[in-house]
Structure formats: structure tokens, C-alpha cells
Design a binder for this molecule. Structure first.
Ligand code: 26M
Length: 822
């Protein structure tokens, strides 16, 4: 057994049983006879948490004694999902806890269903942060995740009459057994007010910010258990609360009620996660959220640094590296400058030297509408001193631009942090690049496009600053925990250290042609499909045949991700079946999971269209033996864990150049699903790993997309030249799918024709349709399909988030692991 897999010491089955029962009695005030699943779940969590906290204490002691350099991962989102299964697996306690509970007459699988998802994120970016902190702890690297303790995470999605309805997510209503409040580390954060300019004795200008209000940040720590259970890091999430002397004047002036209402305002800050991913909202509260968690986190980091190094700032950037997860925490850059210049009274140049050695920035998108910009007036109102600092950073930066491109005002305009115009805007991307020592994209092609299209001049100025770190996923959650049967089969074949050395999966390649292994592999797939079919039945009432191809598209709903391309193809199949009842196709179930941002009209229309088409097809006896469509409501991490192990086909069909990386693509392939996808994001690297013959690549490449746009793309060319496509689009305008309501789906058609089809759905339709036909033919060759599925799993080694973290450590963070003393 490898060291990372060592069993936890001194904790056996009967200890677990005792601890669970003790918590049932002493923490929950119930007993074995009265307890329901929820109580059992809580008691089991508490028993596990005892072990977690002991290791957390040891980890913190080791990090403190070794005065380690640490990475601080700043992210407005951490999409953690459920923690119980993960913690049990990482502690090596899963099997014995399962047995212990069985002896108590309780099913672990059942009680784990009691845990609400911790959905403090929208999608890819938030889940990436969660995978990264898992890997950091597993690799015994000193790291802290910093974010916001939202009272309400991403909304719960209900589907009523085919349409999405948003309901509040209340993940903490019955308490979160994993979190610990740390009142001893409360921080205070200033907002609003004005800046006073003073002249010090030495003639130096001193700035003093007189805040208009102060809010408290309460830290909640979620332990992050590394696989093997040795290192337990923390995710520290800040909750806002009114400070005790928040608007004290109002209170003293007799405005008791007004003072109370100000309190409510302070508490709004961490109330709810903004649900719009990939679009910039520009809301004041969002900026306050960003500043709130950055300011709290920086104070926390500085307090810890000062405990070891006092007022000597010279070693700060040796001890502290801060990774900015997109520009959402970019306000941390001027905040650190403010602390160093106004508070620590360092000179500007010394402060900038420290600051620009501390931050590194990850870009997750090229979509122009997703690049954050704030009105300068808004920053001035909320953070008046920060706006001054941003102007100063920009002024000095402009001098460097002038040196490089003398007299070139076009370039200055383009690179300036400030966008001039009707109203001045602060470009957070430019600020992040200028204030960071490293900038990375999240897949090879994405990083190339960041250099070539987004920040070409920055790349010229600092040729080593821009780099790539391809995303990854944690195989502990996304294979070992979510697909236990496949994991056991893999253990049997190649040993059990693949969860920490995913490249070992390559040893499965030699079994890809072995009939017995193919049979075992596909038997597990079928078992997972049976389980998902049961889930589908209970969630939607729809019956699906586990022998059909399970074709899965799971991701946020976006035009660029092109769920509507998938839908048009489904309609094409339906039409072919109606025109020719003996149309030859393998039975297929198309399964969707997707949330739309509440204000994104067309995204919601696409969800509605999927549901209406699904209803018509599923109830049409003429076709529903061969074709079914399922939209699973409320897609989230815990649902993904059930869908991914059951998928045969993985839909990764974004317009080339638009999906920065994708990570669902990696999870599905790791679990033996075959990808149908475009040459976009990490699909390209997946194709490189699995081989062109084991993936279904189709459609325009980035170069072809650019060329088509340059020529002048006209979607009507495709509409009039493809009779099937025309018929499908026209079908959308009838009331065939929405009886009595003709035109209910016409916004979709409109967006693809008069709307200009910005994501080239029609241009890629024919290629997609042909690729889908290849999928259909390939599935009939069961042996070869099994072989391809095995090879997909076997060749996913590259995409472990441990490799991503290794890349970050080597290229950016320069961290050392720290062994935790037993
Ligand atoms: C912005 C402003 C206001 C409110 C919310 C936002 C916002 C929130 C999340 C904007 C973007 C957000 O996430 C973007 C995201 O998830 N990007 C995805 O990141 C993944 C991890 O790198 C990539 O794999 C995906 O390709 C990329 O789309």
C-alpha cells in the first residue's frame, strides 16, 4: 500500500459506531430508535468531523512551526457539493463507516442523501476552485481557500409547465455540520465615506480614508481533507454582519429603527450568490461582495504574517502568494496597495514591488460580455481611496506604455485600466494583468487566444507573464466516490494508487481488448444506467430504457454551449422517424441538465423548448421506443455524480473558441463516456490524449470560425440550402410542440436567423448531424465501443487536478509540500 493510502490510526469500526451513537445521544438529543435519516446523517458527520478536526489541528501546527509559504486561493465561488462521501473516502473511512452503520441498521447511501449540496458557485469556475483545494490538501501543500459564506447558494431550479422557476437555496437551514465559526478571527471592513489629504511632517502627502460605514466579517472554516487524510487545510468563508458601531451616530440621534435597517443592509452583503455566470451584472452589491471578502481575507493573511514577521514587510511576497480566480477578487490589488502605502507607510515603489510579486491571475473567459468593468463613479462612491490608487497604478503604467510605444495613443487607450467614454469604466482584466506576476488561461487553446486576441500587447511587454495551466478535476470525487463499482474494478486490475497517480490508469490500456474486462466494464456502465433510470423515473416520471444510448449534456445553459444545436438534431431524428418509421437508429435517450441565469431570456426559452419537445416525443408512441428526451431539473454537483457514471455519450459542442476549457468533458470521459465535441477548450487536449479514433470531433475550427465571420456569415444560406434544417426551424413556429400556442418556441428560430446566429449553430448543424450518425453506428459495434470507452478512461491521467496544481506550483506558486507530523 502506498503511503498516501495509509489507514487512519486508532480508529476502527467499533470506534465509529460508538462515536456515531454518542453524537446521536449527546449532540442531537435523540437515540437509535427515534433517529431518522437526517439525525443519523448529522451524527455520522459529527463523528467524522472529530477525526477531521484532530488532523486540522496537526496540520495548522506543522504549517505554523515550519513558517511555510502558502497559496491563498481567492474565489467568489466554491462549488463544494456534498462533503460526507468525500471526507470519508479521503480519510480512508468509507468502508468501515458503511459497515458500522449497517450494524446499526442504517444505510450510508441513504443518509448521505440527507446532505444538502454546498452550492456556493455557478458552474465551472466554482467547481474548479473546489477541485483545486482538494488537490492542494492531497498534495500536502499549505493553502487556504478564501471566499464568501453566502446564506443562499445558487438557486434551486424547478420546472413548471416546461419553464424554469427559481427558488431560494437554503443549504444551512438545518445547520452545516462541517463548518466551524471562528469569532476570534472576525475582521472589520470599511465602505463609502471620503478621503482626506494630509501633509505629514516630512512634507509627504498622507491619505486618510474616513469610511461611511463599517461591516464585520465573520469567518466560517470548512476543513478540506486531503486524500490519505494527512493534511487538512481550510476553506475560510466570510459572512457579513453589522458592526457594533455601525452608524452609531444614527443610533444615538434616536434613529433606532433606521440603525436597524442599516444593519439589514450590512447583512445583505453575504445574503445571496449572483446567479449570472459569464455575464457582467454591474451591480453595486456585487462589487461590495467582492471587496468585502478580499478585504477580510487580506487582513487575515496580514495578521498571520505579522505574527511571524512583525512589521518587516520584506518577506511578505516570499510567504504569501494570492491566486485570483478570475477578476472577481481583483479589487484585492488596490486594497493591498492601500494597506502598504496608507497604513504601513511604505513608499509607492516598495509597496508596488511587494504587491506585484504577490498576485497571480487566472482568466476563465474570452467572451466580451463576461469581462468585468465597473463604473469609476461606483468605485469612487464605495471605495473612494481605491479609485485614487487605481488611477495612480494606471498613471505609472501609462508611462511604461509610453516608453514601449512612444506617442501611440491608440495602444494607450487599449491598455489603460480606465476605459474613457460616456462614463469612465475600470477594466478589471487590465488591472489584474498589470498587478500580477503571472496570468494564466485554463487550456492550451484558451491560453493561446488570451495571448493572441485578449492581451497581445501585455504579452509583448512581459513575454513571460502569460502562461497556460490546463484545468483538471479531482479523481477522488469524480471517479472513486461517484463510481464505486468502476473504481473497484480498476483497483483489481491495476492497484489502488490511481486516485493520487492518475497517469497509472494508462495501465488499463493493455486490457482494452480483453473480452472479460470489456464485459465487466460495460456491465458496470449498465448498472449505473439502471440506477440513473430509476432516478429519472422518480424525478420526472419518465421511463427510459437502460439499454439505450445515454447521451448527456450537462452544463450551464448558454448560447455558446449550444444546447439548441443538440435540440435541433433531436428534432431532426424525430422528423426522420416520423417520415420513415423504420429509420435505422440505435435507441437513444438525450439527457439534459442545465440552469439558466434568471435574467437570460433566450437561455430560459431554450430550456422551455427542450421540455416541450421532450414532452411531445416521449408521448409519441410512434417513436418513443427509439427516442426519448429528459430534462433533469436542478442540475448540481450531487446530480452530476449520478449522471456522469451512467453516460455513454458526452456532448461538448461549444462554438470553437468560446469554451475556455470545460471540465465536465474530463469527468465524463474519465467515467467511460465518449465525447462528441468541437475543437474547443480542453476537448482538443482530450482528443490528443485519447486519440482521434476514440472521440467524435466535428465542426468549424477557431480559424474557420474567424474566417466565416470575416466573410460575413449569413445563417439564411444554411436555412435555404438544407431542407431538413429549414423544416426543423419552421416546425418551431407551429404549435406542434406547444398545442394551442403557436409561436411559443419562435424566439429560438428568430435568434438563429434574423438574430444572426452569433454562435454559428446553423453553420455547424450538418457536421454535427453527421458526427451523431457516426456515434450511432459506432455504438452497434459493442466490442469496439467498450474498447473506446476503456481507452477514454485509461487516458485521462493528464486531467487530474493534481497535475494542474503541480503546474501551478512549478510555474507560478513555487511552493513546497509540508509534511504533517503524526
Ligand atoms: C460575473 C459578474 C457578476 C456575477 C457573476 C459573474 C460570474 C460568475 C461566474 C462570471 C463568470 C463566472 O464563471 C465563469 C465560468 O465558470 N467559466 C468557466 O470556467 C471553467 C473553469 O476554468 C472553464 O472550464 C469553462 O470553460 C469556463 O466557461
Amino acid at each position: 500500500k502506498s503511503k498516501a493510502l495509509a489507514e487512519p490510526v486508532n480508529f476502527n469500526k467499533s470506534d465509529i459506531k460508538d462515536a456515531i451513537v454518542r453524537h446521536l445521544h449527546c449532540s442531537l438529543g435523540t437515540d437509535e430508535n427515534k433517529a431518522n435519516n437526517h439525525a443519523w446523517w448529522k451524527a455520522a458527520c459529527a463523528a467524522v468531523q472529530e477525526q477531521v478536526l484532530e488532523r486540522l489541528r496537526r496540520t495548522q501546527k506543522s504549517h505554523y512551526l515550519n513558517d511555510t509559504r502558502a497559496v491563498h486561493y481567492f474565489s467568489a465561488e466554491f462549488l463544494m457539493g456534498r462533503l460526507m462521501s468525500n471526507n470519508l473516502h479521503n480519510l480512508g473511512l468509507f468502508e468501515i463507516t458503511d459497515q458500522a452503520l449497517q450494524e446499526l441498521g442504517v444505510s450510508l447511501t441513504d443518509i448521505m442523501e440527507e446532505e444538502p449540496d454546498m452550492a456556493l458557485g455557478n458552474g465551472g469556475l466554482g467547481r474548479l476552485a473546489a477541485c483545486f483545494i482538494d488537490s492542494l490538501a492531497t498534495m500536502e501543500l499549505p493553502a487556504v481557500g478564501y471566499g464568501i459564506h453566502y446564506e443562499h447558494g445558487l438557486f434551486r431550479q424547478e420546472i413548471k409547465n416546461g419553464a424554469q422557476i427559481e427558488r431560494p437555496d437554503s443549504w444551512r437551514d438545518y445547520g452545516n455540520p462541517w463548518e466551524i465559526c471562528r469569532p476570534e478571527s472576525i475582521q472589520e471592513v470599511s465602505l463609502y465615506g471620503y478621503v482626506e489629504t494630509k501633509y505629514g511632517e516630512n512634507g509627504r502627502i498622507q491619505k486618510e480614508w474616513h469610511p461611511g460605514s463599517i461591516v464585520k466579517g465573520i469567518p466560517w472554516d470548512i476543513p478540506v481533507v486531503g486524500f490519505g487524510g494527512k493534511t487538512v487545510n481550510v476553506l475560510r468563508l466570510w459572512e457579513s454582519q453589522a458592526s457594533n458601531y455601525f452608524n452609531w451616530d444614527v443610533f444615538n440621534a434616536g434613529g433606532y429603527v433606521d440603525a436597524q435597517s442599516e444593519n439589514v443592509q450590512a447583512e445583505t452583503i453575504s445574503k445571496v450568490l449572483y446567479p449570472n455566470d459569464e455575464t457582467e451584472a454591474g451591480k453595486e452589491l456585487r462589487l461590495i461582495q467582492q471587496y468585502f471578502f478580499c478585504a477580510c481575507s487580506l487582513k487575515d493573511i496580514i495578521r498571520r504574517y505579522k505574527r511571524a514577521h512583525g512589521d518587516d514587510w520584506s518577506r511578505f511576497s516570499d510567504q504569501v502568494v494570492i491566486q485570483l480566480n478570475d477578476t472577481h477578487p481583483a479589487i484585492a490589488i488596490p486594497e493591498l496597495m492601500r494597506i502598504l502605502v496608507d497604513r504601513a507607510e511604505l513608499g509607492w515603489d516598495d509597496a508596488w514591488e511587494i504587491c506585484s510579486k504577490t498576485f497571480a491571475y487566472t482568466n476563465h473567459t474570452l467572451l466580451p460580455e463576461a469581462l468585468e468593468k465597473w463604473p469609476a463613479r461606483m468605485i469612487e462612491k464605495i471605495l473612494p481611496r481605491h479609485l485614487e490608487i487605481i488611477y495612480e497604478i494606471n498613471f505609472r503604467f501609462m508611462a511604461e506604455v509610453e516608453k514601449m510605444w512612444p506617442g501611440d495613443n491608440k495602444i494607450k487607450q487599449k491598455l489603460s485600466i480606465i476605459e474613457e467614454g460616456n462614463q469612465k469604466m475600470v477594466r478589471m482584466g487590465n488591472l489584474s494583468v498589470i498587478g500580477s506576476f503571472a496570468v494564466n488561461g485554463v487550456a492550451e487553446i484558451h491560453s493561446k487566444l488570451v495571448k493572441k486576441n485578449l492581451f497581445p500587447e501585455f504579452d509583448q511587454m512581459w513575454p513571460d507573464k502569460l502562461t497556460n495551466v490546463t484545468n483538471g478535476i479531482t479523481p477522488r470525487r469524480w471517479l472513486k466516490a461517484c463510481n464505486p463499482d468502476l473504481s473497484a474494478l480498476i483497483d483489481k486490475k491495476i492497484g489502488n494508487d490511481w486516485p493520487v497517480k492518475l497517469e497509472k490508469l494508462n495501465d488499463l490500456v493493455k486490457f482494452a481488448d480483453e473480452a472479460k474486462f470489456q464485459k465487466d466494464f460495460m456491465k458496470i456502465k449498465l448498472k449505473n444506467k439502471v440506477a440513473l433510470a430509476k432516478e429519472v423515473k422518480s424525478l420526472t416520471g419518465i421511463e427510459i430504457d437502460p439499454k439505450a444510448i445515454f447521451d448527456v449534456q450537462i452544463k450551464r445553459l448558454h448560447e455558446y454551449k449550444r444546447q439548441h444545436l443538440n435540440l435541433l438534431h433531436i428534432m431532426a431524428l424525430y422528423r426522420r422517424l416520423l417520415e420513415n418509421p423504420s429509420y435505422d437508429m440505435e435507441p437513444r435517450v438525450f439527457i439534459f441538465g442545465a440552469k439558466a441565469a434568471p435574467g437570460y431570456k433566450l437561455a430560459k426559452d431554450i430550456i422551455y423548448a427542450i421540455n416541450m419537445v421532450a414532452e411531445r416525443i416521449n408521448n409519441d408512441e410512434r417513436v418513443n421506443k427509439k427516442l426519448k428526451v429528459v430534462f433533469l431539473p436542478n442540475y448540481r454537483v450531487s446530480l452530476a455524480e449520478k449522471m456522469i457514471p451512467a453516460a455513454d455519450v458526452s456532448e461538448q459542442i461549444s462554438t470553437a473558441g468560446k469554451e475556455a476549457s470545460g471540465t465536465g468533458n474530463m469527468k465524463l470521459s474519465l467515467n467511460g463516456a465518449l465525447t462528441i465535441g468541437t475543437m474547443d477548450g480542453a476537448n482538443i487536449e482530450i482528443a490528443e490524449e485519447v486519440g482521434e479514433e476514440n472521440i467524435f470531433i466535428f465542426g468549424l475550427t477557431v480559424e474557420e470560425v474567424d474566417k466565416l465571420h470575416a466573410q460575413g456569415y449569413n445563417p439564411y444560406d444554411y436555412y435555404y440550402n438544407n431542407a431538413e434544417l429549414k423544416a426543423i426551424l419552421d416546425w418551431l413556429e407551429t404549435d406542434y410542440f406547444t398545442p394551442g400556442k403557436p409561436g411559443a418556441l419562435s424566439s429560438l428560430k428568430y435568434s438563429l436567423l434574423d438574430g444572426g446566429d452569433p454562435y454559428l449553430v446553423l453553420a455547424d448543424f450538418d457536421a454535427y448531424s453527421k458526427a451523431q450518425h457516426k456515434v450511432d453506428l459506432a455504438y452497434r459495434d459493442t466490442k469496439n465501443w467498450a474498447r473506446m470507452a476503456i481507452l477514454n478512461c485509461a487516458r485521462m491521467g493528464k486531467f487530474t487536478s493534481d497535475r494542474s496544481i503541480r503546474d501551478y506550483v512549478e510555474r507560478i506558486w513555487k511552493l513546497d509540500a509540508c509534511k504533517v507530523d503524526e
